[in-house]
Design a protein around this ligand. Sequence first.
Ligand code: MEV
Length: 416
Amino acid sequence: MNSDISKFYEKSWQERLTILKEHCQLNEEELSLLKSLRPLDFSTANIMIENVIGVFGLPLAIATHFKINGKDYLIPMAIEESSVVAAACKAAKIARLAGGFKAEAAEQIMVGQIQIFAAKEKQKEIIEKINANKKMLLEKANACDAVLVSFGGGARDIEIKQFGDFIVLHLLVDVRDAMGANAVNTMCEKLAFEIEKMCDCKVGLKILSNLAIYRMAKAKAVFPKEVLGEAVDAVIEAWRFASLDQFRATTHNKGIMNGIDAVAIACGNDFRALEAGAHSYACLDGRYKPLTRYWKDKQGNLVGEIELPIQVGIVGGATRVNPMAKLCLKILGVKSAKELACVLASVGLAQNFAALYALATEGIQRGHMKLHAENIAVQAGAKGAEIKKVALRMIEMQSINEATAKEILKEIRKGA
Ligand code: MEV
């Protein structure tokens, strides 16, 4: 499969679907799901959450040009914000010139937390008991999830942290290809009961932590100096701004999550978990920092790298219940949670590079304007072919607002 498809944005909807069908071997049922614009029926929606009254729409797009670890990907992105998909494509196209993204993901270990109340003087005894019975406790945890164990996953280790009047037990669980929240929470509830019995103490919370520090993903790419010219230094300066200033670092990281969340949503994953983990990791040492870094290689090319915790799955939860998520995973063609983590890290880096490149050169508004103007035209009541006409006229007039759009629309309709 070759994701280096030129001018995908200029193709009609039907042409885009035909390309997708050929590249991703979509069947008629999958194509009609895309064509129907009805991604979920009521009964599916109604088993996903409570009090359902309808289904909410978001545009679903494909980011082209991505090559990650030598493999081409067409990347589904669900997002309401214009320019994000175009920016990802542009960055992937530039990175591709130097071989694309190199990415890696660690073992898929999640942390579950159990809060154990114990006065300071009793803590040592409880910790010794837990350590002496570690094997038994891990076995009890694994007995909760025979399926996970059969796939080679399961509880691996226990760590202890001490606070004033309570201890926190960290249960480290290899969740394989699942996001893992359910598996970890079930294990924690079971272990909490065992610990209460064994240590004659009271247990508080039992819940996974979204600071998935054992589930890190990294991606790296070279952006050739022949394409960037002076922007190599400009991007590094833009990154330095984020590395020194928390106000900038927050927006810098927001841009990264634009891409990561969009792919996560398309693939039915919990983007709030990713957000929580990413921002918590960004200030792990007490100072909030950018999740990427940039430098120049010996030849003067720009090198970018991202590292962040990625907690995603390709089995279980919405990835299987939501037919659109299932389809997006098929389009993406990932075979494991690790591979999905590599894709997400690469998209995050692509998104960040594109934002810095634009911000450090022409600014982001120019690229933004066309779609923004079209949005305003729709708000002003433009329909069909009128939308582009009104948008173009507003850009020419350098006055993009609803009042101008209404004026132009009136003139167009008078002339028609
Ligand atoms: C907008 O959604 C994201 C950016 O603000 C990110 C950034 O400033 O780096 C463009």
